[in-house]
Design a protein around this ligand. Structure first.
Ligand SMILES: [Zn+2]
Length: 443
C-alpha cells in the first residue's frame, strides 16, 4: 500500500476511533524535541504534580505519597523530595494491587498484558491519551530513522495462535501497512520462506527483536543475495533485547543500512530511541527517568492517569546522561542499557526456538485466565523441558492441560513437559531473574 494512503486513510482514522489523537501529539512532539533542559524539567514537574494528585485518589497511593508536601516544592527541591519520599514500585505491586492502583478517571482505557520476559506477566491499564502520546513519541523517533506512519514495514514479532487473535493482528498490520513474520521460527526452511516473501513485499524497513533480525541477517549474508541486495532499505529498527556492537555490524552489513535501536518496556511503552548520530534520546515528554544507586532504571509514566506507574523499577540497568548530540534533538540520552538476554532452546528435531515464543504463550494464558504469578522455563536435556510455576487460586488441571498443549504445539510435540508447582522462583547469584534457561551442555 502507498504510505500516504495508509497514513491518512487507515492509520489516523483507526486510532481516532480508539480515542487516540496521534496526529495532534506527533505534531507537538516534533516541536518539543528541541526543548532545552529547563523546559523539559518544568514540563515534567507540572505533569508529575498533576499525576501525583490524581494517583492519591486511589487506595494504593493515598498513604504512600505525601502529596501536599510535594506540591509546595519547586524545581530541584521538588525532584529531590520526589525521589526521597515516594517509594519505588515493583512488579509484584502491579500483580498484587492491580485493582487498588486504579484511579477514578473516566477516560477510555486499554488493557495490556506484558512483562513476560521477566517471568512475571502483569496487566496494566492505560488511558487512550497516554497511548496516543506513546505512539506519537515512537513515530517521532522513527522519523529520525527516515520512516514514518504508513511506511512499509516488515515486522519480526509474535504471531498469535488463536484464529480470533490472528485475525485481529492481521487487521492491525493492514492498517499500519506492515507484514508480520514470526520472530520465533528460526530454522533454515522458515528463513528461506521469509526472505522470499520479503523480496516480494519490498518493505522500506525491518522492525523487530534483535535476535530474530540477526538470524535473518546471518542467513541472507550466507546465502548471497536475497532481500538485502534486492532493493534499497531505509533502516532496520531493533527492539526488546540488548543490541551488541557485533550484532549491529552484522545487521548493517547484511542489509546495507543503519540500525536504529529502540528501548522500552511493555508497561510504559517506549522509553528511548536512537537518533542518526547513535544517541538513545529519552522520550522525556512521556517518561520521567531516575536511577537507583546500583544503576537500575526507575520510570514514571507521566500520562497514565488510569493506573499510575510512579517510580517503577523496570528491571534493566542504564546510565542517564545529558543531551549533547549533534543531531540537534534536546532530549537527554540513555547509555549502557543492559538487560534481557536469553538462552535459545533447541528441540530434539534441531529447531532453534526463540524464548519469546514460549513467553508469548504464558502472556496469552495470563491474559485469559490469570493462572500464575511467576514462571520459569528450563531445558534440562535435549528432550526435557521443566516449567516452574508459582500458581494463583485460578490454577487447575484444565490450565495444566492447556499450557502443556500450547507449548507442545509451539515448540515440539516430542518434548517431555514437566510442570512443577513451586512457592517461589530463586534468582541467579547475580540477582537477575533468568526466565528461560538452557542446560550448559546444550548451548
Ligand atoms: Zn541525537
Amino acid at each position: 500500500m502507498n504510505s500516504v494512503l495508509s497514513k491518512y486513510l487507515f492509520y489516523y482514522p483507526t486510532t481516532m476511533l480508539n480515542g487516540e489523537n496521534v496526529y495532534r501529539y506527533l505534531s507537538l512532539y516534533r516541536r518539543t524535541q528541541h526543548w532545552g533542559v529547563n523546559e523539559i524539567e518544568a514540563y515534567q514537574e507540572k505533569k508529575l504534580k498533576s499525576l501525583l494528585q490524581i494517583a492519591c485518589a486511589s487506595e494504593f497511593y493515598k498513604d504512600r505519597v505525601n502529596v501536599n508536601d510535594l506540591l509546595v516544592r519547586t524545581g530541584k527541591d521538588f525532584f529531590k523530595a520526589f525521589s526521597d519520599t515516594v517509594p519505588l514500585l515493583v512488579k509484584q505491586d502491579l500483580i498484587e494491587s492491580k485493582s487498588t492502583m486504579k484511579t477514578q478517571s473516566r477516560s477510555r482505557s486499554t488493557q495490556k498484558t506484558t512483562g513476560g520476559s521477566t517471568g512475571e506477566p502483569v496487566t496494566v491499564f492505560k488511558n487512550s491519551t497516554g497511548l496516543a502520546k506513546e505512539r506519537a513519541a515512537t513515530w517521532r523517533a522513527y522519523e529520525w530513522a527516515g520512516v514514518t506512519i504508513g511506511t512499509k514495514q516488515a515486522r519480526f514479532w509474535g504471531v498469535p495462535h488463536s484464529r480470533k487473535n490472528k485475525f485481529k493482528a492481521s487487521l492491525i498490520d493492514f492498517v499500519a501497512n506492515r507484514k508480520r513474520f514470526s520472530a520465533f521460527d528460526l530454522d533454515t526452511r522458515s528463513l528461506e520462506k521469509i526472505t522470499n516473501e520479503i523480496s516480494q513485499f519490498k518493505p522500506d524497513y525491518l522492525y523487530g527483536y534483535v535476535s530474530a533480525i540477526k538470524e535473518l541477517a546471518d542467513f541472507t549474508s550466507s546465502e548471497k543475495g536475497m532481500c538485502g541486495r534486492a532493493w534499497p532499505m531505509k533502516c532496520v529498527i531493533t527492539t526488546s533485547e540488548v543490541l551488541s556492537q557485533n550484532d549491529r555490524l552484522i545487521i548493517e552489513n547484511a542489509f546495507n543500512c543503519k540500525v536504529f535501536n529502540e528501548y522500552g518496556c511493555g508497561e510504559v511503552g517506549s522509553i528511548a530511541h536512537e537518533c542518526a548520530f547513535g544517541s538513545m534520546h529519552i522520550m522525556s515528554e512521556n517518561v520521567y527517568l531516575e536511577q537507583t544507586e546500583d544503576g537500575e532504571l526507575v520510570v514514571t509514566d507521566l500520562h497514565n492517569t488510569i493506573m499510575p506507574l510512579i517510580r517503577y523499577k523496570v528491571g534493566d540497568f542504564a546510565q542517564i546522561g545529558s543531551a549533547d548530540c549533534r543531531c540537534g534533538v534536546g532530549l537527554p540520552v540513555l547509555s549502557s542499557i543492559g538487560g534481557r538476554a536469553y538462552d535459545i532452546i533447541k528441540t530434539p528435531e534441531g529447531r532453534r526456538i526463540h524464548p519469546e515464543s514460549i513467553i508469548y504463550i504464558f502472556e496469552g494464558l495470563q491474559r485469559e485466565s490469570s493462572y500464575f504469578r511467576h514462571f520459569q522455563i528450563i531445558q534440562t536435556s535435549k528432550d526435557d523441558l521443566v516449567i516452574n510455576l508459582v500458581p494463583t487460586g485460578n490454577w487447575s488441571d484444565a490450565g495444566r492441560f492447556q499450557l502443556t498443549q500450547e507449548i507442545k504445539n509451539t515448540i515440539s510435540g516430542s518434548m517431555n513437559i514437566k510442570i512443577n508447582i513451586v512457592e517461589s522462583i530463586p534468582r541467579e547469584a547475580s540477582g537477575k531473574m533468568r526466565v528461560v534457561k538452557v542446560a550448559k551442555e546444550l548451548l
